[in-house]
Ligand binder design. Structure first.
Ligand code: ADP
Ligand code: MG
Length: 407
């Protein structure tokens, strides 16, 4: 289903970021043993950058001369790719920059995008070094697709982009607590899940979302210049953003200028520049629009918004997700689920069968935007597996905004 764009030129030039600390700390060794020769034989000219610290790649990507490179490739876990994508979208020339093809070679402990891209290519599920070699071949083949990216707003006004996931509750806690088992590689999530199950707790908060079906309907009315404009004036000016994908970015830039000059930029978007504006999100301190669904339950075990199929190498969380489906796959589990039922869900997730367990506490919705307002107190929210500020957060999908080397 994914929109195949083009192929990388031949020979192609890539900038390859390797995080020597990712996973079991073996990414560089794996590069030497599995990747270097493969790229050389395929005529992929590459410059290696070994990251020295957190945010190193992000800073480099903000300033790099992109005209010198046909692709940016990350050999690490999902965290390093998260940095690179946000670095691209922080550039003044983000519209151009975000079209740079990105590649992923699994070298971390959380290799969800690598597993997802591999899954979309239709071959059977593999892990570890087999997954690495397979992703190496995909990279050498060099087929480029669009990829959805999700824009997120935090209550401090910070805005960031996500390619993978937004998690709160059980999954976010496991992600962070399992850092201490990272020597176990991808198995860290299994260990973390078992530990967390023993101290299972309930998370209070409010969840609201715009169903994907209603989102499409709203687009149509926006195209005709109808009612939605009155409800959210800013959205009139950004209506074309997703409809005219893949050329959305030009329009979004025009509308951004309009919005600026009219001086009614929503507060949430004010600190959010650059990057495309969010047509579906009101400011975080205003209630969600009337066509959003408010989840009646306010006690949860987890909330997980997936933009790709895999949450980890062997966790197929959203089996029907695709690179450019233009939707966020929202899952939540309400309070009251037993430990054994939750364990069954995670075991079934290895094959993507958790939705077939008929667990009445598990809900799956396809949405275009969502908002989470956690109750008072401390907690953990992760975006692409990285911890972000705890508090209200909202998200909107931008269909096909990014580019990824895929199968
Ligand atoms: P993993 O899947 O093993 O967690 P990630 O790619 O997610 O691998 O990387 C984890 C974190 O390491 C990211 O937040 C990234 O910014 C950070 N990082 C990158 N380079 C280094 C380095 N040289 N030393 C320490 N941390 C680094
Ligand atoms: Mg990580």
């Amino acid at each position: 289903d994914d929109v195949l764009l083009n192929s990388l030129p031949h020979p192609c030039r890539i900038l390859l970021f390797v995080n020597p600390q990712s996973g079991k700390g073996q990414a560089l060794t794996l590069y030497n043993s599995h990747i270097q020769q493969m790229l050389n034989e395929a005529g992929v000219i590459h410059k290696l950058i070994i990251t020295e610290r957190q945010n190193h790649a992000r800073e480099l990507v903000k300033d790099v001369d992109l005209s010198q490179w046909d692709a940016l490739v990350i050999m690490s876990g999902d965290g390093l790719l998260h940095e690179v994508i946000n670095g691209l979208l922080e550039r003044p020339d983000w519209e151009e920059a975000v079209r740079t093809p990105l590649g992923i070679l699994p070298g971390g402990s959380g290799n969800a995008l690598a597993a997802s891209v591999h899954y979309y290519s239709g071959v059977s599920q593999v892990r570890g070094e087999e997954l690495l070699v397979s992703c190496g071949f995909l990279l050498c083949r060099g087929l480029v697709s669009h990829m959805d990216l999700v824009s997120l707003h935090l209550s401090s006004g910070q805005r960031l982009f996500s390619f993978l996931s937004l998690a709160w509750g059980f999954v976010a806690d496991v992600d962070v607590e399992s850092e201490k088992y990272r020597h176990a590689g991808a198995a860290r999530f299994t260990v973390g899940t078992l530990v967390r199950l023993a101290s299972l707790r309930i998370y209070k908060g409010k969840l609201a979302y715009l169903p994907a079906s209603r989102g499409r309907h709203m687009d149509k009315s926006l195209q005709n210049g109808e009612a939605a404009c009155c409800r959210n004036p800013a959205s009139c000016l950004t209506q074309t953003l997703e409809d005219d994908f893949p050329n959305n970015t030009c329009h979004s830039n025009n509308s951004l200028k309009l919005r600026r000059s009219e001086g009614r930029l929503p507060r949430s978007a004010a600190k959010a520049l650059p990057g495309p504006p969010d047509a579906l999100l009101p400011p975080l301190d205003q209630p969600p629009p009337s066509d959003w669904v408010l989840v009646p339950e306010e006690e949860f075990v987890l909330m997980l918004a997936m933009h790709q199929s895999h949450l980890a190498e062997d966790l197929l969380a959203a089996p029907d997700a695709r690179l450019t489906d233009g939707v966020i796959h929202l899952f939540y589990v309400t309070a009251g689920i037993s430990r054994s039922a939750l364990l069954r869900l995670f075991l079934a997730m290895e094959k993507g069968a958790h939705l077939d367990t008929n667990c009445q506490h598990l809900v799956h919705e396809k949405v275009r935007a969502l908002r989470l307002e956690p109750g008072a107190g401390k907690g953990i929210i992760t975006v692409d597996g990285e911890v972000v500020e705890y508090g209200p957060i909202q998200a909107e999908v931008h269909a096909g905004l990014g580019r990824v080397i895929s199968g």
